[in-house]
Design a protein around this ligand. Structure first.
Ligand SMILES: O=C(O)c1ccccc1NCC(=O)[C@H](O)[C@H](O)COP(=O)(O)O
Length: 260
């Protein structure tokens, strides 16, 4: 069983538990559910921002604990002040030490889009994403069929959320591309063996149709690579560990963006 299989198996149980505790009606009554989400596209393309989607990530399966000493408030507000175009907040508890309340806290404190970073397999999670204050959901091609991607993207769009599809290779890209998506993210981390290579983004860039925002995800650790990714057509850069492994992730991002 791969780590992704384990994450998905656990997610199925987690979603079943959540459904038995909080009904769809209750989610739709949540205060954030009525808000108009921010547009991922608008913020990513805004000339006064950096294109960086800055991630709040305490732990990962590949690295173990990255930083469990900082708060959502301290990190996300500093990321936004440093010019983040969007925030990414992990909500998976078991493997990433994330929690749904992290998104709610970030929402109350920030006025930029928030990506609910989780392993979405069920429509319930899409409704939940809006209820906790997210603006964007992630769909991972490696764990979803094209029909599932269509169903989840259709629901997300119907409630005003933006959709980021994550792919790791050309086969996933070709089978999963769908006009309802807003953005296509190339994950530079191979989720089977955790090796990383930004070349994955450079190789797939030309195959992503221009109708979609192009995002490069994972293992981005210097500004030179961002300049090259921009040349290759990318407008978004998802960065987690490079900032989070520092004592003060917000200060790390502030220093990093000076090199852009
Ligand atoms: O980060 C992991 O180890 C990981 C393992 C299995 C599935 C997903 C994983 N990461 C999720 C991500 O996509 C990253 O958190 C995100 O792209 C940021 O990456 P990085 O800048 O390398 O922290």
């Amino acid at each position: 069983m791969t780590i992704l299989d384990k994450i998905v198996a656990n997610k199925r149980k987690e979603v079943a538990r959540a459904k038995s505790r909080v009904s769809y009606t209750k989610l739709e009554e949540a205060e954030f559910f009525a808000r108009q989400p921010y547009s991922f596209r608008e913020f990513l393309l805004a000339p006064d921002r950096t294109g960086i989607i800055a991630e709040f990530k305490r732990r990962s399966p590949s690295k173990g604990i990255i930083n469990d000493k900082v708060t959502v408030k301290q990190v996300t507000t500093a990321y936004a002040d440093a010019g983040a175009s969007a925030l990414s907040v992990l909500t998976d508890k078991q493997f990433f030490m994330g929690q749904k309340i992290d998104v709610k806290r970030a929402r109350l404190l920030n006025n930029i889009p928030i990506l609910r970073k989780d392993f979405m397999i069920d429509e319930y999670q899409v409704i939940e994403a809006k209820a906790i204050g997210a603006d964007v959901i992630l769909l991972i091609a490696a764990i979803l069929t094209p029909a599932e991607i269509d169903t989840l993207a259709t629901l997300a769009k119907s409630i005003g959320l933006s959709v980021l599809l994550e792919v790791h290779n050309l086969e996933e890209l070709e089978r999963s591309t769908n006009p309802k998506l807003d953005a296509i993210g190339v994950n530079n981390r191979n989720l089977a063996d955790f090796t990383v290579s930004v070349d994955t983004s450079f190789q797939l860039a030309k195959h992503i149709p221009d109708d979609f925002l192009k995002i490069s995800e994972s293992a981005i650790s210097n500004t030179e690579v961002i300049k090259d990714l921009k040349q290759a057509g990318f407008s978004g850069f998802l960065i987690g560990e490079n900032f989070m492994r520092q004592e003060d992730p917000g200060a790390a991002m502030r220093e990093f963006v000076q090199g852009l």
